[in-house]
Write a protein that binds this ligand. Structure first.
Ligand code: CA
Length: 222
């Protein structure tokens, strides 16, 4: 899943980026409101983390423009502890949740997980599919209660396919959700991840079908 983090405080931005990357997200950074606005116009994200006090374009303005373009991605706003008016304005403008600074990283991670999950239409951190269980919070997959050894990329691919079970997911869509601007994943790499994943899921009787020219399909579990 891919996030945009709009935060002008360098130390906080770098720290949050590392934390979120370790939690398995692809993270793009925006240092000011106008960069965030620009990124949101041409890139699809699964969540926006938006500091409200941003240079060049205020966070509330970014949010207003985003919602006026009917973009429905979940938004988590970051505000100063005493900025009640900002929080109210942010929620009224279509933010989904907020955190006041300073906040606990574990709480940030939990809120990010909940918002991304809801944005994908899932209501639990546990995705069950036939004999496998994907624990989103722990980033672990179990086959009949035995942990499967999957790389971070394989986990990422499987998570997306599970959340979109029954739908065809394109290679570009997978690549877009799996990497940030700093990285580049080619379609060949996606093919390699899917190939490895298939081998590991075979014992579970789970098939990832290739739909030629379109992408991959994980059939809905019976
Ligand atoms: Ca700020």
């Amino acid at each position: 899943m891919r996030l945009l983090l709009a935060e002008d405080d360098t130390v906080l931005r770098d720290g949050l980026t590392r934390t979120l990357q370790q939690a398995g997200y692809a993270v793009d950074n925006a240092r000011n409101g106008s960069d965030a606005d620009h990124a949101l116009a041409f890139q699809n994200y699964d969540l926006l983390i938006l500091d409200l006090g941003l240079p060049k374009m205020d966070g509330l303005e970014v949010l207003k423009r985003l919602r006026s373009h009917n973009q429905t991605l979940p938004v988590l706003i970051l505000t100063a502890r005493d900025a009640v008016d900002d929080r109210v304005a942010g929620l009224d403008l279509g933010a989904d949740d907020y955190l006041t600074k300073p906040f606990d990283l574990a709480e940030l991670e939990a809120r990010v997980r909940a918002l991304v999950r809801r944005g994908q239409g899932a209501h639990s951190n546990l995705l069950k599919h036939g004999r496998i269980l994907f624990n989103i919070a722990g980033r672990r997959v179990y086959l009949d209660d035995v942990p499967l050894d999957l790389s971070a990329r394989e986990l990422g691919v499987l998570e997306i396919l599970l959340l979109k079970a029954g739908q065809v997911v394109g290679k570009e869509q997978l690549a877009e959700k799996l990497c940030s601007w700093d990285e580049e994943i080619g379609q060949n790499a996606i093919e390699v991840y899917v190939h490895r994943l298939r081998k590991k899921l075979e014992p579970a009787g789970i098939q990832i079908r290739t739909i030629r020219g379109l992408g991959y399909l994980l059939e809905k579990a019976q």
